[in-house]
Write a protein that binds this ligand. Structure first.
Ligand code: EPU
Length: 293
């Protein structure tokens, strides 16, 4: 039996991943599965493990570069209603991993809860943001998450406290896990004031980063020991460097934007060039912030 026969109705074969990522680059996934509820997700992951099939969870694809050859495995998307529910009680917000994060910020603000606006302009699903502890200058998701329900690497479902998630700088201890939902503690806030802060932070990002209309995956490299990768890349003279249809943004050197005709290979070429030049210029080994599939 093929993989799709076992998951009829929720599985598709040879699905172009470019349509599912911000970069809009790269080849197809062998299979894309959209489970309807957590038990079905657990069955999909168990099947992948049993058969040794590589698998990944894809949110909005805002931090992912898919290679031109595509991904020869199973891509799981948590887009069913069971994974997108949002519940607010007092100062707690509990939301499914598939919930759209920018929308969640606004829902919380409308309910008189502030905090998440610190992450204004960060795209993606809640699950993706938890997994990588996304954030920026004004804070990261781990500042708010109190616990998360997770499908563990051993196939069990468990609630992890923030400590057990292990939030670090753009990292967590959730490798091999799937986030199912997360509970956040926010602070009562005047919606108008929180919206104003949201707008200010969004404007600040907009002024220093390429416009959202340009295809990118956000920052390519992690900052190192408080040294911004963007500055190192800039000082190494990389702004405006090109490979095929891809360019290191002249606005912010830690962004590689994809123009017309760009391929994933072009982006990978610029990543290699950038690493090389920064290593030669400053002896720093840059670490990827994005995921390459
Ligand atoms: N800088 C340069 N040249 C550049 C870019 C930056 O000299 O081309 C300098 C800036 O002048 C500033 C410093 O580097 O002094 C830091 O730059 P910035 O304020 O733009 O912040 P960042 O550290 O580059 C981080 C996050 C971003 C987030 C912003 C704003 C990382 C890798 N990046 O960028 O997150 O949007 O703060 O909050 O932590 C992402 O995660 O994808 C991302 C873009």
């Amino acid at each position: 039996m093929s993989f799709c026969d076992d998951f009829r109705g929720i599985c598709r074969a040879d699905v172009p991943l470019a349509d599912l990522t911000w970069y809009r680059l790269g080849g197809p996934a062998r299979w894309v599965v959209e489970p309807r509820e957590p038990a079905e997700l657990a069955a999909v992951v168990a099947r992948c493990r049993r058969d040794g099939l590589p698998w990944r969870v894809l949110g909005r694809g805002a931090n992912v570069l898919v290679r031109d050859e595509g991904f020869d495995g199973v891509v799981v998307r948590l887009v069913a209603p069971a994974f997108e529910a949002v519940e607010i009680a007092g100062d707690r917000v509990r939301a499914g991993a598939g919930a759209d994060f920018p929308r969640l910020i606004r829902t919380a603000i409308a309910a008189g809860l502030g905090g998440l606006e610190a992450l204004a302009g960060v795209p993606g699903t809640l699950g993706g943001l938890v997994r990588m502890n996304a954030g920026g200058r004004h804070g990261c998701l781990g500042d708010f998450v109190r616990e998360a329900c997770v499908l563990e690497a051993d196939g069990t479902m468990r609630t992890r406290s923030a400590d057990q998630i292990g939030f670090g700088y753009r990292s967590t201890d959730l490798a091999g896990c799937v986030v199912l939902e997360a509970a956040m503690k926010l602070a009562p806030a005047d919606p108008a004031a929180a919206l104003a802060r949201h707008r200010d932070i969004w404007n600040e990002k907009h002024a220093s980063q390429p416009p959202v209309s340009q295809r990118s995956a956000g920052c390519i490299f992690k900052n190192r020991d408080g040294v911004p990768a963007g500055r190192l890349l800039d000082e190494a003279g990389l702004k405006g460097a090109r490979a095929g249809g891809a360019e290191i943004s002249p606005r912010h050197a830690n962004f590689i934007v994809a123009g017309p005709g760009a391929t994933a290979r072009d982006v990978l070429e610029l990543i290699a060039l950038a690493r090389d030049r920064v290593w030669n210029a400053s002896g720093v080994e840059l670490e990827l912030e994005i995921e390459v599939w």
